[in-house]
Design a protein around this ligand. Sequence first.
Ligand SMILES: [Zn+2]
Length: 318
Amino acid sequence: MDDPCHLSDEQLLTRLDVLAKVEREHLHDFLACLGEADRRKLPEARGYSSTFEYCVRGLKLSEDESYRRIQAARAGVRRPELLSALADGELSLTAVSKLAPHIHRDDAPEIIARAQGKDTREIEALLAPLRPEPEKRVTVRTVSVVMRDERDQGPPVVSTRVDFSFRGSLALRQAIEHAKGLLAHKFPFGELDHVLLEVLQDYLERHDPQRVLDLGRTTAARSSSRIAASVRRAVWARDGGRCSYIGPEGVRCQSRRMLELDHIKPKALGGGSDVNNLRLLCRPHNDAERRRVLGEGKLSTDLAHAKSVDNSNLRNQP
Ligand SMILES: [Zn+2]
């Protein structure tokens, strides 16, 4: 293979496209063969205690990989359309292993058809009603946890934590995912406790009567430079709460993470803070736009920076 360093951008992307397709086809073939070997009980005949042991010891796969592949391969014996969808990129290996426990149902073909093209979360939502679980009691317990520092040096520290356990609605999950995306610049790993604390503190700052009184004095001075809430809401609704960047091939970025309001014509060049001159961009695309503006050499760093000054408070959007 050519050294990737010597490929043009175009060649590199085409190559990755081809390799991903080849990888999916290889995975399809691997699972079809593994399913057949498993059906014939060949691993046992060759001295392995199970197909799992054969995958780990014989084929050198990790335990996790072996588990998911065997699950998918067995499902593929019964429902070959699962493996075809995998080869076509309509289902991932994770999706196939999530569907696997449901393949014996009469309506399995319909479920498999509906799952195609959906992401893992959407498939979980699709499958959830098939296995209803009893309601769970809400518990909040204070617990002591032994913690070590990241390099595992020094004596362990006992820390007081709170263990929350409850079931929430799909709307809550959606709201949490949305907040994680908007706070990704601050919490790149999306730690749930940090994200929820940030959101709750933000709410309390605005609604706790005492805080509102304290803040009223300091925010009045700043509010004149902000973009009106009605404008932010209108831009948000028009762009569908997603990054509005469209690449040279016409592919639109769908990101909901780290969204910022971008002035299409920079404020410093006379661009207004109205709906027509504003759009939602994710942080990477806003950065790319800034680099593009800088690259043209017409603007100073200050002007380029002015493109991003009004990006605050998008987390308050619906
Ligand atoms: Zn984007």
